[in-house]
Design a protein around this ligand. Structure first.
Ligand code: PLP
Length: 404
């Protein structure tokens, strides 16, 4: 009898990027099938090597990484992040405003645990990167989703944000460049969000992990540069731009009106101390990564793998009748729309599962990103162009025949 129950804290916590469909994919692999995994933004598994100088530096420093370090992280790494803030013109960041974590993921969970009381609300985009919603729910808060508008390059709908602010709203999450839509927000839009947050006293949580993965000369504006009157917490790390997802190395930067948040910041410090410190060998990668040659630029310019794969995947998708996709300006994903008048889909998770079983390609359904309709899916454009377009063509053939 199944008598050992999970904690009630986990009711409503869900992270479907690694959900039941992935479990099914693992079973198919155990049976000997080769699965093309277009579900997770893990550059290393598609032959994107991390910069060699970073790997060498970590190997060189491994003998010095045996002990715990300060809970916030290694001084040299935080100093390098501080300099990066100066380069990006993000003011008011001292060395103690920087926390290193086991990936951005750990810090997202920590920042929500330290803030939220039961019933406190957090504004989160729809679609979102679902860890944010999960982290809010785990902390006892309520994720309130504001809509992003596909017709307007997936920009957040400011009126919808305004309409959803209540006296319980504590903060707003902005994911820029965005996962899953690939949107990159203009300074004008970010200024509108900041003005609203400052007026209503909301904390801004800026997930900027894709800040260096930009296409078509698109500018990235860090939110920390624009915030003065409210608290801003920005997140970034090595997983994507430096292809080091397995190192589990990320950081969180506190800026803006820090004087209003002494108590909250004490809470964050407490949680950082309770886990002693993050993985130390990976911290040795940070200084070399930020200060070294930025090889990501070769991948995102025309002729570079990421740029060209994005274009090829976008064309292949838009060639499928009943599928349309907004061109991503950043990050690693496409979030195409399925015309439900043409393709009858009642359950998008079932559709993704059926596609996996028939064609051995793994995608993620749109509802996994807290998108309210069953009419989207997310594709990672990391595989090489020929494999990627073949997988999308297979989806095209599949969807033409598919009925639920
Ligand atoms: N934030 C966003 C928007 C992401 O897409 C991801 C990973 O896909 C993360 C955070 C987590 O990154 P990390 O590997 O640093 O935990």
């Amino acid at each position: 009898m199944d008598t050992i129950q999970k904690s009630a804290k986990l009711n409503g916590v869900c992270y479907d990027i690694r959900g039941p469909v992935l479990e099914h994919a693992y079973r198919l692999e155990e049976e000997g099938h080769r699965i093309m995994k277009l579900n997770i933004g893990n550059p290393a598994s598609f032959g994107f090597a991390a910069p060699d100088e970073i790997i060498q530096d970590v190997i060189y420093n491994l003998p010095n990484a045996e002990g715990y370090v300060a809970s916030r992280g290694l001084f040299a790494a935080r100093k390098a992040i501080m300099q990066e803030c100066q380069k990006l013109r993000v003011p008011n960041v001292d060395i103690d405003d920087i926390y290193l974590g086991n990936g951005v993921s750990e810090l997202i969970v920590m920042s929500m645990q330290a803030l939220l009381n039961n019933g406190d609300e957090m504004l989160i985009p729809a679609p979102d990167y679902p860890l944010w919603t999960a982290a809010v729910n785990l902390a006892g808060g309520k994720a309130v989703h504001y809509m992003c508008d596909e017709q307007s390059d997936w920009y957040p709908d400011i009126e919808d944000i305004k309409a959803k602010i209540t006296d319980k709203t504590r903060g707003i999450v902005v994911i820029n460049p965005n996962n899953p839509t690939g949107a990159v927000y203009s300074q004008a839009l970010l200024e509108q969000i900041v003005a609203l947050a400052e007026e209503k006293g909301l904390i801004i949580f800026a997930d900027e992990i894709y800040s260096k993965i930009l296409y078509d000369d698109t500018d990235f504006v860090p939110l920390g540069r624009l915030v003065t009157d409210t608290l801003c917490i920005s997140f970034n790390g090595l997983s994507k731009s430096y292809r080091l997802a397995g190192f589990r190395s990320g950081w969180m930067i506190v800026s803006g009106a820090k004087h209003k948040a002494k108590n909250y910041l004490e809470g964050i410090e407490m949680l950082a101390s309770m886990r002693l410190c993050a993985n130390v060998p990976a911290m040795f990668a940070v200084q070399t990564a930020l200060g070294g040659y930025q090889s990501i630029n070769e991948l995102i310019l025309p002729g570079g793998r990421l740029h060209d794969q994005r274009d090829a995947a976008l064309t292949a998708l838009n060639d499928i009748p009943g599928i349309s996709c907004v061109k991503p300006k950043g990050a690693l994903y496409l979030f195409p729309k399925i015309d439900l008048d043409l393709h009858k889909i009642k359950d998008d998770q079932q559709m993704v599962l059926d596609f996996l079983i028939q064609e051995k390609v793994l995608l993620v359904q749109g509802t996994a990103f807290n998108w309210p309709e069953r009419d989207h899916l997310r594709i990672v454009f990391l595989p090489r162009e020929d494999e990627l377009t073949r997988a999308i063509e297979r989806f095209g053939h599949f969807i033409q025949r598919y009925r639920q």
